[in-house]
Ligand binder design. Structure first.
Ligand SMILES: Nc1ncnc2c1ncn2[C@@H]1O[C@H](COP(=O)(O)OP(=O)(O)OP(=O)(O)O)[C@@H](O)[C@H]1O
Ligand code: SF4
Ligand SMILES: [Mg+2]
Length: 322
């Protein structure tokens, strides 16, 4: 069994809602609500779900960029307090975030050498060691050394994403948090970046938390998938099981909304809005949009349960169908 790199228990992210003349905190908005999972070395766990379900908030909270409000976090078996600067520094040394947009995440005024040198110098590497690391990392992401004196605008979108990946890898992280890293790229370039990430995890054993809207991309790269809805995990298990035999109606609806998955069936739009309503508290969160909803679903909150190696939050799980 590979080593457990990261474990979250009941992770909760609450953003303050400010208002009034003094701009004081009036209330809190819960973006991530009691999420628990582990990520093992060399593993790719995908986080999927519609816009606003809390995927980025969860990734940011791991790095202290969003408020970690409740829950336990452990890193290679050691409990860490993500609200302590000392613990956060340790986590940030080994966990790196790669953003969706390689255009805006790279400083246009810095050469690639400066971009890659910066995190190493900040961690007290001497110039010789740093240059050696940079050259090895460039090789790992498939870029030539003559890239070093060039600037981000001289590269294509796919190459810029390679540079962003190199910047994340230069510190030899144990975990990469990939937030929609292929969304801004053409389909053919997407495939190259996915292949690159797969090669990197095979060579280095890095674990990936892979956030995406795109189920096709998720299928291509992930070992396991967690489906989020309104801040909670609705279903989690191996990619093959969850995406081919979903138990949760929300997972099924997400899959059915993908254009071109089955040429015999046009994509079905998932009707209704994802918005939090406090009336849903003692109800299944998906009930207002669920075609299988029964009276039992709206009179209680629904716990996660397990069967066939999958966790799901539904009283009437679907039989094997897709
Ligand atoms: N800084 C913030 N302050 C208040 N609310 C926020 C903040 N950042 C995000 N939110 C809210 O938290 C919820 C989750 O946002 P988040 O960005 O994590 O979603 P997401 O799943 O990453 O969406 P997308 O797929 O569009 O990137 C949303 O309702 C969003 O409006
Ligand atoms: S618990 Fe009921 S409403 Fe919720 S997803 Fe399952 S069938 Fe649908
Ligand atoms: Mg996001």
């Amino acid at each position: 069994m590979p080593t457990e790199a990261l474990k979250l228990s009941q992770a909760t992210v609450r953003y303050p809602i400010r208002g009034g003349v003094l701009d004081k905190t009036q209330d809190f908005f819960t973006a991530v609500d009691g999420v628990s999972f582990s990520l093992h070395q060399g593993e790719v766990l995908a986080l999927v779900g519609e816009s606003g379900c809390g995927k980025s908030s969860l990734a940011k909270a791991i790095l202290g960029l969003a408020p970690w409000s409740l829950g336990d976090f452990s890193f290679f078996g050691k409990p860490m307090n993500l609200n302590s600067k000392k613990d956060l520094k340790k986590v940030r040394e080994k966990v790196q975030l790669i953003f969706q947009d390689p255009y805006s995440s790279l400083n246009p005024r810095q050469s690639i050498l400066e971009i890659l040198m910066h995190p190493l110098v900040a961690r007290s590497y001497n110039k010789v060691e740093a240059l050696e690391k940079i050259k090895n990392t460039l090789h790992l992401v498939g870029l030539n050394q003559d890239s070093l004196n060039r600037f981000p605008h001289e590269f294509s979108g796919g190459q810029r994403q390679r540079i962003a990946i190199a910047r994340a890898l230069v510190l030899s992280p144990s975990i990469l948090l990939c937030d929609e890293v292929t969304s801004a790229l053409d389909v053919s370039v997407q495939a190259q970046v996915l292949q690159l990430l797969d090669e990197i995890r095979n060579k280095t054993g890095v674990a990936l938390l892979f956030i995406s809207h795109d189920m096709q991309v998720v299928k291509a790269i992930s070992d396991r998938v967690a489906v989020m809805y309104l801040g909670k995990i609705m279903e989690m298990g191996s990619v093959d099981t969850v995406l081919h035999h979903p138990k949760h109606p929300y997972t099924k609806a997400l899959l059915e909304s993908i254009p071109g998955l089955d040429p015999n069936f046009p994509p079905k739009i998932l009707e209704g809005e994802t918005h939090f309503n406090s009336k849903h508290k003692d109800s299944c969160l998906f009930a207002p949009r669920c075609v299988y909803c029964r009276s039992e679903c709206v009179s209680q909150s629904i716990p996660l349960q397990s069967a066939d190696g999958v966790q799901f939050r539904c009283l009437f799980p679907l039989e094997r169908s897709l």
